[in-house]
Design a protein around this ligand. Structure first.
Ligand SMILES: Nc1ncnc2c1ncn2[C@@H]1O[C@H](COP(=O)(O)OP(=O)(O)OP(=O)(O)O)[C@@H](O)[C@H]1O
Ligand SMILES: [Mg+2]
Length: 389
């Protein structure tokens, strides 16, 4: 994963609404959508069919006009932009679509070269060389004179990727780029796309239904009926791939999204444990009082998907063994799951239970290494919750 630049926003969307005019009635499909895309990040957009993903992507891609709200692309406001401006802005980004959208009457080199021909500093000779280099990077250096018809689905999508990246855009939009491919090819194409985007330092917004590709995301957004929310099920499935779709849906429905500010305390040592926490964004510090009553830092958690608070939940009325405080500059966003729901999750899924136990064991070992002064329990507590019938 690239190191995201969290200071520069390539896209800044605020309270974006969109409606389609159908016959003589208007149907709103986007509601108050607000989010940024930072330079160099991988943002995934998920959501059910008809939830508004393509509409959103087409607005960011200047393929439609903004109706209400603000959408800034590369610093330029698109609300009120005329056709010329939209066309100019469109040329600055890259697109990858589900159905490849290659032109059948052009060779694959010509298809790729098209993106360069639209650039202001176009030179035919350089464009040709650059297109061939780019096709080489997607593994099609020996096919540059072939026509799309002669290629497989995966190869066509590689051409589309070369076309999307050849002019080194700062942002690439991909709308279900793997939907028409089998899963192995889809995974290969996505991996290639990600690594090239990283090399060329461009941010990507990918619409996908494929949970297996989500682990490379810097951010996962979820669209539901035209509104943007946290992709709770997807986030959980990354951390606990052992949960079934039904379990994920049940837990996602009952999880809460919460935000803390640097300095806020999420968990206080000595309190009764009542919730499980999954980190979505930001950084937290884990501290524990030593025998002199001083707070000693045990560790820091800062990766999306890090979780905490499970130890106290796995024993009846256990007290929190450490304090967890929000740190860093950014807000800390978490998903929280109530004790009873967490207990049910562990009870219903033996594999999830094993996974958590394993993680706990590792943490205990880490704590023992980093904090020789006090010895926490040497083995993870057995997991009694919910096992009594
Ligand atoms: N050109 C259009 N005219 C009228 N309604 C439209 C148009 N395009 C999309 N819609 C409607 O807007 C809603 C959102 O559609 P959109 O294509 O953005 O969804 P999506 O999340 O991309 O779905 P999918 O996963 O099936 O691609 C749907 O109800 C759809 O029927
Ligand atoms: Mg769509």
């Amino acid at each position: 994963m690239s190191t995201p630049n969290l200071t520069e926003k390539l896209v800044e969307i605020e309270k974006l609404n969109h409606s389609y005019q159908d016959a003589n009635q208007s149907k709103q499909v986007l509601f108050d959508v607000t989010f940024p895309i930072y330079a160099g990040t991988n943002v995934f957009l998920t959501g059910y069919s008809g939830s508004g993903k393509t509409t959103l992507v087409s607005l960011i891609g200047c393929l439609r006009s903004v109706q209400t709200g603000s959408l800034k692309l590369l610093g330029e406001e698109l609300n009120g932009a005329n056709e010329n401006k939209l066309r100019d802005m469109r040329r600055k980004i890259g697109f990858v679509f589900q159905h490849f959208n290659l032109l059948d009457f052009m060779s694959i080199r010509q298809n790729v070269q098209q993106s360069l021909e639209l650039q202001a500093d176009f030179s035919p000779r350089k464009a040709r060389i650059r297109s061939e280099e780019m096709l080489d990077m997607v593994g099609l250096g020996d096919r540059v004179n072939d026509y799309p018809k002669a290629l497989s689905g995966g190869q066509k999508q590689r051409v589309a990727i070369a076309r999307a990246l050849v002019h080194k855009p700062r942002l690439v939009l991909a709308d279900e780029p793997t939907a028409a491919l089998d899963s192995t090819t889809g995974r290969e194409v996505t991996t290639l796309f990600q690594s090239l985007a990283e090399q060329l330092k461009c941010a990507v917004l990918i619409v996908t239904h494929n949970r297996r590709v989500l682990d490379v995301a810097d951010e996962i957004l979820h669209m539901e009926d035209g509104r943007l929310g946290t992709a709770v099920g997807e986030q959980l499935s990354l951390v606990f791939p052992t949960l079934s779709d039904n379990q994920l849906r049940d837990i996602a429905n009952q999880a809460q999204h919460r935000t803390y500010y640097p300095g806020d305390i999420l968990i206080r040592e000595g309190d009764v444990a009542d919730e499980f926490f999954l980190l979505l964004q930001g950084k937290v510090e884990v501290t524990k009082k030593n025998s002199n009553g001083q707070h000693v830092k045990l560790t820091e958690l800062n990766k999306r998907g890090d979780y905490f608070g499970e130890m106290g939940l796995l024993q009846e009325n256990a007290l929190r063994a450490a304090t967890i405080t929000a740190r860093g500059e950014k807000e800390v966003a978490v998903l929280t799951i109530k004790k009873e729901i967490f207990a049910k999750m562990v009870k219903d899924s033996r594999l999830t239970k094993a996974l958590i136990k394993d993680e706990m064991q590792q943490r205990i070992e880490e704590n023992l290494r980093s904090d020789g002064s006090e010895s926490p329990q040497p083995t993870p507590p057995d997991i009694p919750i919910g096992e009594r019938s």
